[in-house]
Write a protein that binds this ligand. Structure first.
Ligand code: BES
Ligand code: MN
Ligand code: MN
Length: 472
């Protein structure tokens, strides 16, 4: 007689195993719709994506799910209230994606998802724009919710707020949350839109940087000039702009704008040595990026340079002739888009003003300089001593078999500071992506391991959060 060993499996794991393929196919379908928020050409696709998300939330078991119009792209809102006396988790995510260009650098079309194995993702990864940022990570929450509904394990209330304008600075979500304060009552905001250190090194971000995004236009002569007839006698706005930009940093890569560091929160020695414990391999980092050496502010490590220090980067620069062949022209205008990442206690508005004053003051009188501010956002820190962080940490510890490391992210999610200010709620940055997943770049991808691990881990967050919040 043979002995039959039956592995004990939780209902959740069994449900996931049985529905894995369908959950992946659904994400692939969602990734086919080009929901590019920045380009008005895709307005119809934005609506189509919002409708698909709404539909999936209803199928997953929401009591109601609606498309809420805004001045820009709509917000998808859904909820499942099981008991008004129980805690409420508010899930935030975004269904919009970055533009896919330069398209010719993609190995497969950005909106025709394919699964390929990579060195980092031996089980395979889905290649498509938005695979990681943020459709893949957002959709894990819809599938985790479905799983809890179908296995009757949802322990608390849940509200979904999925927006379509994160990649353009969330201009309409702020007003929307203010208008909808009453129905956004909850206990914590849960977001998967950040990264972990590696698939075998789980981590949780405890901070996001703020952002001040500027555009500069330098104008010389009132028209483009013959560079032989006038060159040497009239200011060249491209030269002036390049010098203005180069002068923004000194030889230690310190930013030279007066007052820029005034409000920067300096970390204590203890905090810095705590941060330095996070595993980081400079050689791997350089190899992944194809560089021989890193470059950044003197006196700080690479992790500190992106995590706790403010920065200034040119995002784009143009002017003059860039067509085929040669044209001898002394251009009338030069332009640049410049963004600054901010750290706790810096204010986006104040930094924008400092930047503007500085550029207008140092520009020579041979040119005119016009500075305009685009979107901004404030930095945030997530308290580690909170039920939200503890629940996220325990959930990851269970599913990865390792306690996650607290980290600081260099990226920004501008609305998170407003969640705190307007709703009084902390956000838990429960990201499952990797920085090497090429977010915003050609060949963006998301590991199948990460997708499934997220769906498996999220219900554990709900379980711990309900326990911790109820037993107070
Ligand atoms: N999901 C990212 C932010 C992010 C990525 C945080 C990786 C941490 C790790 C988000 O979609 C994003 O790209 N934000 C923009 C800001 C926005 C105003 C365009 C950013 O950080 O540039
Ligand atoms: Mn994102
Ligand atoms: Mn993004």
């Amino acid at each position: 007689m043979a002995f039959i060993f039956i592995m004990e499996k939780s209902t959740i794991t069994t449900y996931l195993d049985q529905n894995k393929e369908r959950m992946l196919n659904e994400l692939m379908e969602l990734l086919k719709i080009p929901s590019i928020s920045a380009d008005s050409k895709y307005k119809g696709d934005m609506l189509k994506t919002a409708e698909a998300v709404r539909q999936r939330l209803i199928e997953a078991g929401a009591d109601k799910a609606e498309i809420c119009p805004t001045k820009g792209h709509p917000v998808v809102y859904a909820e499942k209230i099981i008991d008004a006396t129980k805690p409420t988790v508010i899930v935030y995510g975004h269904y919009d994606v970055q533009p896919a260009d330069p398209i010719n650098l993609w190995d497969s079309p950005p909106f025709e998802p394919v699964i390929k194995k990579t060195e980092t993702h031996p089980l395979g990864a889905i290649f498509a724009r938005g695979a990681c940022d943020d459709k893949g990570q957002m959709y894990m929450h819809v599938k985790a919710f479905e799983t809890m509904m179908k296995t009757k394990t949802l322990p608390c209330n849940v509200k979904f707020m999925i927006e379509g304008e994160e990649e353009v600075g969330s201009p309409n979500l702020g007003p929307w949350i203010i208008e909808n304060k009453a129905r956004l009552k909850g206990d914590v905001i849960l977001i998967s839109d950040t990264s972990m250190i590696a698939n075998d090194i789980p981590s949780i971000d405890t901070g996001l940087r703020g952002l001040a995004y500027m555009e500069v236009e330098v104008t010389g002569a009132s028209r483009d000039l013959h560079s032989g007839v006038y060159g040497g006698a009239v200011a060249n706005p491209i030269h002036i702009l390049c010098k203005l930009i180069a002068d923004c940093h000194d030889e230690n890569k310190h930013i030279t704008i007066p007052g820029f560091y005034d409000d920067v929160m300096e970390l204590s020695k203890e905090e810095r040595s705590e941060m330095a414990k996070a595993p980081f391999d400079l050689k791997d980092y350089q190899k992944d990026l194809g560089i021989e050496e890193v470059l950044g502010e003197k006196g700080y490590s690479t992790i500190e340079r992106t995590g706790i220090r403010p920065t200034l980067e040119v995002n784009g620069i143009w002017g003059g002739y860039i067509g085929e062949g040669a044209k001898t022209v002394l251009p009338s205008k030069a332009n640049a888009k410049i963004s600054m990442r901010l750290v706790p206690h810096q204010s986006s508005e104040k930094i924008s003003k400092l930047f503007q004053n500085h550029f207008e003051r140092v520009a020579p009188s041979s040119v005119k300089v016009k500075v305009t501010a685009h979107h901004g956002g404030e930095p945030v820190v997530v308290p580690i001593e909170s039920n939200g962080y503890r629940s996220a940490s325990r959930a990851m510890e269970d599913s990865f078999g390792k306690k996650p490391v607290p980290t600081r992210s260099g990226g920004s999610i501008p609305i998170v500071a407003l969640f705190k200010k307007e709703l009084g709620l902390d956000s838990i940055l429960f990201g499952f992506g990797l920085d090497s997943d090429a977010l915003h770049s050609p060949n963006e991808h998301y590991g199948l391991f990460n997708y499934y691990k997220g769906i498996e881990t999220i219900p554990l967050f709900y379980k711990y959060f309900t326990e911790l919040t109820t037993n107070k």
